[in-house]
Design a protein around this ligand. Structure first.
Ligand code: 13P
Length: 245
């Protein structure tokens, strides 16, 4: 059975004072014996803060992207080995905001996944179609192309990743996919993972306007193992309610 996991993606939000409160409240509020795993992916400058606040708890932390290169002349980039030094368990790769705004290609996302694994971290590989692609009936083709690009680079290590299905049209829009829509795509992804003997080990997360009010119905779906939460992860009560749903 794939593990149950809920991850907060803070995106480019936070400051030292607010993070302190949020991380402390998270640590106090999350039951040690919870079956589900939770984690937060924070901006690079706050990795040390997440490490300091969450070390020794069951809550994981991670980054939101990583360089595909190990070191060298790549001004402004951050290598997987550097992130790993801050105790990160996870790195989000291929988020649609990075694909759209920073030109990340399927091949780059695959290379970043490989770099994260090489540094001992779990890449959370994001896939998802735009509304236009869905309307054109190409949604499944798009997410499978994005998944296959990673598999063709990392092979059997796909079993060591987490995959997040995030329909672009549902991100930050307040318009979540319905449980039926999300489950249908998750089933397609699971089937493809089965072909690679990874269906039982890879957690498939849904992301896109998940709130306390819709999390339970989404997480109850057969192939949805948890969520990748954007805006709602900045509110501790809301995030904990989602994580416990
Ligand atoms: P929202 O939950 O704000 O829609 O964002 C989802 C997301 O992009 C998580 O990575």
């Amino acid at each position: 059975m794939p593990g149950k996991l809920v991850v907060g993606n803070w995106k480019m939000n936070g400051d030292l004072r607010r993070n302190d409160a949020l991380l402390a409240d998270l640590r106090v509020g999350w039951p040690v014996q919870a079956i589900r795993q939770i984690a937060v992916c924070v901006p690079f400058p706050y990795l040390w803060q997440a490490q300091a606040a969450l070390s020794g708890s069951t809550i994981g932390w991670g980054a939101q992207t990583v360089s595909e290169y190990a070191h060298g002349a790549h001004t402004g980039e951050v290598a997987a080995g550097m992130i790993a030094e801050f105790g990160c368990r996870y790195v989000i790769v291929g988020h649609s905001e990075r694909r759209a705004s920073y030109g990340e290609t399927d091949e780059m996302v695959a290379a970043k996944s490989s770099a994260a694994l090489d540094a001992g971290m779990t890449p959370i590989v994001c896939v998802g179609e735009s509304w236009a692609e869905r309307e054109a009936g190409a949604g499944d083709t798009v997410v499978l192309r994005q998944l296959d690009a990673v598999v063709s680079r990392i092979g059997r290590r796909i079993a060591e990743t987490v995959i997040a299905y995030e329909p672009v049209w549902a991100i930050g829009t307040g318009r979540s996919a319905t449980p039926e829509q999300a489950q249908a795509v998750h089933e397609v992804l699971r089937k493809r993972l089965r072909k690679h003997e990874a269906a039982e080990s890879v957690s498939l997360l849904y992301g896109g306007s998940v709130k306390a009010g819709n999390a339970k119905a989404l997480f109850a779906c057969a192939d949805i193992d948890g969520g990748l939460i954007g805006g709602a992860s900045l509110n501790v009560d809301e995030f904990l309610a989602i994580a416990g749903a």
